[in-house]
Design a protein around this ligand. Sequence first.
Ligand SMILES: Nc1ncnc2c1ncn2[C@@H]1O[C@H](COP(=O)(O)OP(=O)(O)OP(=O)(O)O)[C@@H](O)[C@H]1O
Ligand SMILES: [Mg+2]
Length: 453
Amino acid sequence: MPNILIIDDELSMREFLKVLLEKEGYRADTAANAQDALAAVEGRDYDLIISDIKMPEISGIEFLEQIRSAGLTIPVILITAYASPEDAVAAMKGGAYDYITKPFNVAEIKEIVHSALLTARNTAAQPAGETFQGIIAQSPEMLKIFDLIRRISPTHANVLIQGESGTGKELVAHAVHNLSKAADHAFVPIICNAIPENLFESEVFGHVKGSFTGAVGNKQGLFAEADGGSVFLDEVGELSPLVQTKLLRVIQEREFKPVGGSHNIKVNIRVITATNRNLEQEVIAGRFREDLFYRLSVVPIRVPPLRERKGDVPLLVDYFLKKYSRLFAKEISALSSYSMEVLMNYDFPGNVRELENIIERGVAMESSNIILPESLSIASHRQAAQSRQGSASADDDFALGLEQAVENLERRLLRKAMEQAGGSKMKAAELLKISFRSLRYKIKKYGISNEKR
Ligand SMILES: Nc1ncnc2c1ncn2[C@@H]1O[C@H](COP(=O)(O)OP(=O)(O)OP(=O)(O)O)[C@@H](O)[C@H]1O
Ligand SMILES: [Mg+2]
């Protein structure tokens, strides 16, 4: 049974709310001021706090600040006077879950309390997903990959990781190495397209002093450094034909000669490669050596794009929210439900990296305690909002302001009633349970009778 704490300096209000909530099946305690409430919060685990804003000593907003700075994430609903929208803004900025306005609308209170408790329960029950070697996921597609990594890492087989940019290929490469027998040896990343072709050999295989202008000393190459461990050839699809040939030889012979050297160096290296190109197609197109492809792709791992595993989005959102809230010292613990919907409908061309950027920017920009759609830098979300006519969410309503939102609702209901009444104003008034006069006034106000239906 959820525990709710009600704070109000007015006895009648406290009692009213207590009775209302108990009838809904909640347990409710009351406190007459913020000091008592702070003591109560220390003594018991509350699932929700409902507090008046205007109280003699410590206001509801100050109370909210105090419990937030004490690190408590309990949802707080503040009660504001009907006449003060400033209070509402301050409430949301201070990290309130929501606010209710006086005079009370019982249905509204029930609704807000219900959704606050639901949200709190959902976020508390988060750790359902798996963190595998720093990779956050819960989708069946990714869990299958975790399983594959567990099985193949201890073998010495070369691994080719394919997937779009930002899907987490580098994380997968690290996981393979960390779970291998060579985990305590080096993991040496080589970003293939970052090394010019003419320097590749000397960088990767090393060189002997004096072997070319600028070779002022002996240089141990990256492959020698990786001996006993793994090399990670990132962007392997970008290698030039010449370098591909040299690489193939090293992988086949397990030895190489430094530039200008006379002796072969033997190495024991596992080769992990990654590319966001389709390497099979590169082979068909004649841009990538087929024999090298087979050597590299003994175990192929395809990391699916994020849009094919949307189930990972909520988990990743939660993870990045925590990360950036901590980093930016903010108290943002959730996305508004509409923001989440926007993300779930987005196709993430930049995959997890893009999602991370979206959340990072969102946390940086947001001034309330939940990320509203305006703080999401997704080009498509405005369109999405417009296409959702009729089912505007609470966030849309806030964006419009109360009056406009109420007007929109009124207009919609009027149209619907007129339609159902087949154009009869009498019948429409009956459906809406308003007087004929009032209906006529509203129809005129919204210009509805002039509209084509
Ligand atoms: N499942 C995940 N859990 C947590 N962080 C992730 C996950 N997937 C990707 N990331 C993060 O997203 C960013 C991009 O991941 P990564 O560098 O591994 O992608 P990539 O596939 O190598 O991309 P590219 O092809 O552009 O090099 C990194 O900051 C990484 O930490
Ligand atoms: Mg990468």
